[in-house]
Design a binder for this molecule. Structure first.
Ligand code: AMP
Length: 249
């Protein structure tokens, strides 16, 4: 079985985002960018399926600027076999990403497409669901366990208050949750090897997809600043303060 993995280049999760002065978005100038953490989990899961003999080939796909090649090289260094960059400098919304991934899935005919449950830059949590709908394939979202058995895949999902296991016919779409696995670091020899793995560059037009935006961001604002804390000498002073503030009666 072939596994397709979608990886997005996003602002690194350790970076504190700065909102642009005019409130139109997040300032990405000179900011460290990395693979979306949920997508690292998706790549790791595909590699584990290959290591178990359940998958033969892993194809990593990214939609983004030329620099998204770096993200794909990271996926290749972790263990993906080849990569496809659908290059565009436009900001591509989840629906267009899903349409492009459908184009790749139509061409590649994977048994499984693994995506992150959400990209940490737009927090949309839409692409996997829309891709499954466009393909007409079953979906297992928020996966914390994935087990392939013949032409079925069992996905344990993190739902409110517990876990739910669903059985999907393949081909299927799976989106990863945080507890699915711990992604490996690419070793130096594998980083070197990844440089010679195949990376194809395409354009949205190759898949006949119009990526023009359907949404307008009206405003982006920083969360309110946290007030500084106050030190109290003892429990009595704490209770006094809480009473004054009306937090306790
Ligand atoms: P979102 O729906 O934007 O929260 O993204 C969910 C998942 O879709 C991500 O974790 C990625 O696996 C995939 N995805 C979203 N945007 C892109 C992109 N530009 N390139 C590749 N994969 C993407």
């Amino acid at each position: 079985m072939k596994v397709l993995v979608a990886v997005k280049r996003v602002i690194d999760y350790n970076v504190k985002p700065r909102v642009k002065a005019d409130g139109t978005g997040v300032d990405l100038a000179n900011v460290k960018m990395s693979m979306n953490p949920f997508d690292e989990i998706a790549v790791e899961e595909a590699i584990r399926l290959k290591e178990k003999g359940a998958a033969e080939e892993i194809v990593a796909v990214s939609i983004g600027p030329a620099k998204a090649q770096e993200t794909l090289r990271t996926a290749l260094a972790m263990g993906a076999d080849r990569a496809i960059l659908i290059q565009t400098d436009d900001e591509v919304e989840p629906l267009a990403v899903a349409k492009l991934l459908k184009g790749v899935a139509d061409e590649e005919q994977p048994g499984l497409v693994i995506l992150g449950k959400q990209a940490i830059d737009d927090d949309s949590n839409q692409t996997g669901q829309m891709l499954a709908a466009l393909l007409g394939w079953p979906q297992g979202t928020f996966a914390s366990k994935v087990e392939l058995a013949g032409d079925k895949v069992d996905v344990t999902r993190e739902v409110d208050g517990g876990l739910e296991t669903v059985r999907l016919n393949t081909p299927a779409v799976v989106t990863t949750d945080l507890r699915l696995n711990e992604p490996r670091y690419a070793s130096l020899p594998n980083i070197m090897k990844a440089k010679s793995k195949p990376l194809a560059t395409k354009a949205p037009a190759d898949y006949g997809v119009d990526t023009s935006p359907r949404l307008t961001t009206l405003k982006v604002s920083e969360p309110p600043r946290r007030q500084a804390g106050v030190k109290v000498a003892d429990v009595d002073e704490l209770i006094g303060k809480l009473k004054n503030l009306g937090v306790v009666a």
